[in-house]
Design a protein around this ligand. Structure first.
Ligand SMILES: Cc1cc2nc3c(=O)[nH]c(=O)nc-3n(C[C@H](O)[C@H](O)[C@H](O)COP(=O)(O)OP(=O)(O)OC[C@H]3O[C@@H](n4cnc5c(N)ncnc54)[C@H](O)[C@@H]3O)c2cc1C
Length: 307
């Protein structure tokens, strides 16, 4: 564990915190510190303390697109809790804390007869993580209906408009160590029956095409222009391929399933093999979608290369 002195003013700080349970694939080691922040003030205080102490910071939402290194993280992991997980609806506007569950926000919007967020019904992340990743599905994405976000850094918080976030395919301008602490959506009134039918359709499509009830972190690689990573991996013979406790899903090749005992090293080795096979079959060099929590460098793109 690092040796910086802990500030007594930091909120809810846990030393030597296991990170695997904070992710959907449930793999990886422990962080030196875990801070649960329930207000903008808590978030800014934690970031300021980390800067002062020279401790790297990583923000973890629901950990649904994150692979934690087997060695964990020599720094401070920040999670949003309490008020920063709440959702409120006023007219057609929806306010979400950065730690709010995206599927819950979708549900709340639908219950209020608001449409626009249905694409997120089966994306098991937080709203803050969805902003950072510009999550999307079924031809919808977060960028369409987001209006503003509150971004916290060690010097304070600022409210930015959607245009300032440079949202693109699974990317944003949110820098590592910055925290999306809240987000505001402007939705539209819709027919509740049509919204409910759309939600049911999207959920059914997921159940039919993606692995269910297993440990995954969503899409492994982004889709290259005009093609799908899943199709390329399948054509290169990756479906069902395993390395240690990790295997490409027999249901959808762009998902990796973890079995008990799986290590992050197994996942990275499998990803590298997938890259090698696709490139070897004449396809493009795929780009990892999943983020990786490196022990020293914090959150980076998963470090894989075709061997
Ligand atoms: C079964 C399954 C299906 C999925 N389907 C889809 C899909 O259809 N479309 C899609 O886009 N994604 C999908 N995902 C991936 C994932 O759910 C999304 O990328 C989601 O937006 C990640 O949110 P999170 O809170 O889990 O972020 P995490 O996985 O915790 O983190 C991901 C990145 O966001 C950063 N981050 C998280 N929270 C914050 C915050 N508050 N402030 C700043 N940075 C933050 C992290 O530092 C990291 O860089 C799927 C995942 C699973 C497991």
């Amino acid at each position: 564990m690092a040796t910086a002195t802990l500030s007594p003013t930091l909120p809810d700080l846990q030393p030597d915190a296991p990170l695997a349970p904070l992710t959907t694939i449930r793999v990886g080691g422990s962080a030196d510190w875990l801070c649960r922040a329930a207000s903008f003030r808590d978030v800014v205080g934690a970031l300021a303390w980390a800067r002062e102490a020279g401790v790297p910071v990583a923000v973890v939402g629901r950990g649904s697109n994150l692979l934690v290194s087997d060695a964990g993280f020599r720094g401070l992991v920040l999670r949003l809790v309490g008020r920063l997980t709440t959702i409120s609806v006023r007219g057609t506007d929806v306010w979400c804390g950065g730690g709010a569950s995206l599927p819950r926000a979708v549900q709340r919007a639908a219950a209020n007869g608001l449409e626009g967020l249905e694409w997120g019904a089966s994306i098991p992340g937080t709203v803050g993580g969805a902003v950072a990743m510009n999550a999307g599905a079924h031809a919808g994405e977060l960028a369409h209906d987001l209006r503003w976000a509150v971004i916290c850094g060690p010097d304070g918080r600022r409210r930015v408009g959607v245009d300032d976030l440079a949202l693109g395919y699974r990317r944003s301008s949110v820098a590592p160590g910055e925290v999306v602490a809240a987000a505001g959506f402007a939705l539209r009134r819709g027919d509740p029956e049509v919204i409910a039918a759309r939600l049911a359709d999207f959920r059914a499509r997921r159940r039919a095409t993606q692995p269910q009830g297993v440990r995954t972190f969503g899409s492994v690689f982004t889709n290259p222009p005009g093609d799908s990573a899943g199709r390329l991996l399948e054509a290169a013979g990756c479906k069902g391929l395993a390395r240690g406790g990790a295997r490409f899903s027999p249901v959808h090749a762009n998902f990796i399933e973890a079995s008990p005992g799986c290590r992050a090293a197994d996942v990275l080795a499998l990803m590298s093999e997938g890259l090698r096979r696709v490139a070897g079959a004449g396809g493009p060099v795929l780009t990892p979608e999943v983020r990786y929590l490196d022990p020293v460098r914090g959150v980076i793109h998963a470090p894989v290369e075709a061997p």
